[in-house]
Design a protein around this ligand. Structure first.
Ligand code: ADE
Length: 239
């Protein structure tokens, strides 16, 4: 898949998308991340991309023209229509379900705001969807874009080395993840739960599911309200 990012800080986005699982996904040709700097599309000598807000008040607002030109260049660069996502605290909350849907799209574009935001007319005409990564305010959309690229990139088929690990993620089944342990078996900090050493795969699956349910109940009871367990999970709990 291809993700185009319109940002005043292209190096930052490229660096974030160049490391770890997502960097490897790019190397494997599973994901292509391209950046576009609105400053390159500014037409005045100062390469201005922002101006004072009408009606007064603090801060600056990103202007229509450089963003419109950058988005036109993005559209021209690939054949599929570009679904445009604006990252802002006013957007709908990003969830794993939304991430999974975006991961199946062939292409989308991320628009990163800076300063007080973007001229509303550009948002009304050029943006298909507005997303927030949480109820807090960042100084720009770049960190949110990096979060989204990471979450979507790791879901690309072949990005993770163990095909199971995306399915076992927190939230992928509506529950938080279970605890994990590795060597040594005995340590001053405690023991590994014996069931994980038993070799009884059904018992291990049941234990993990119960841990996930318990954690979700204790830490995120809001998630349980919306939960429907799949047939395999129901069967495990009945055994
Ligand atoms: N830009 C600034 N704050 C943000 C947030 N919480 N989510 C997405 N984009 C943002």
């Amino acid at each position: 898949m291809r993700i185009d990012v319109v940002t005043l800080f292209p190096e930052f986005v490229r660096q974030c998308a160049g490391i770890g699982v997502v960097g490897r996904a790019q190397e494997r040709g599973l994901l292509q991340v391209e950046t576009w700097n609105p400053r390159d599309f500014a037409t005045d000598n100062y390469r201005s991309v922002d101006d004072r807000p009408y009606g007064g008040g603090p801060g600056m607002v990103m202007m229509i023209d450089p963003l419109r030109a950058a988005l036109a260049a993005v559209r021209a660069a690939a054949p599929e229509p570009a679904h445009v996502i604006y990252l802002s605290p006013q957007g709908a909350r990003l969830t794993q379900r939304r991430v999974a849907k975006l991961a199946r799209m062939p292409r989308f574009t991320l628009l990163c705001g800076r300063y007080e935001g973007v001229d509303e007319r550009l948002l009304a005409h050029a943006v298909d969807e507005e997303l927030s990564i949480g109820d807090y305010v960042l100084s720009g959309g770049e960190l949110a874009a990096a979060v989204l690229i990471d979450a979507v990139g790791r879901l690309q088929e072949g990005a993770l080395n163990d095909a199971q690990s995306a399915r076992q993620d927190s939230f992928s089944d509506g529950l938080l993840d279970c605890p994990h342990y590795t060597r040594p078996e005995q340590d001053a900090l405690g023991e590994v739960p014996p069931v994980l050493l038993s070799g009884d795969h059904a018992a291990i699956r049941r234990w993990r599911l119960k841990q996930s349910l318990g954690r979700t109940w204790l830490r995120r009871p809001d998630l349980l309200a919306r939960l429907t367990l799949d047939a395999e999970a129901r069967q495990l709990l009945e055994e």
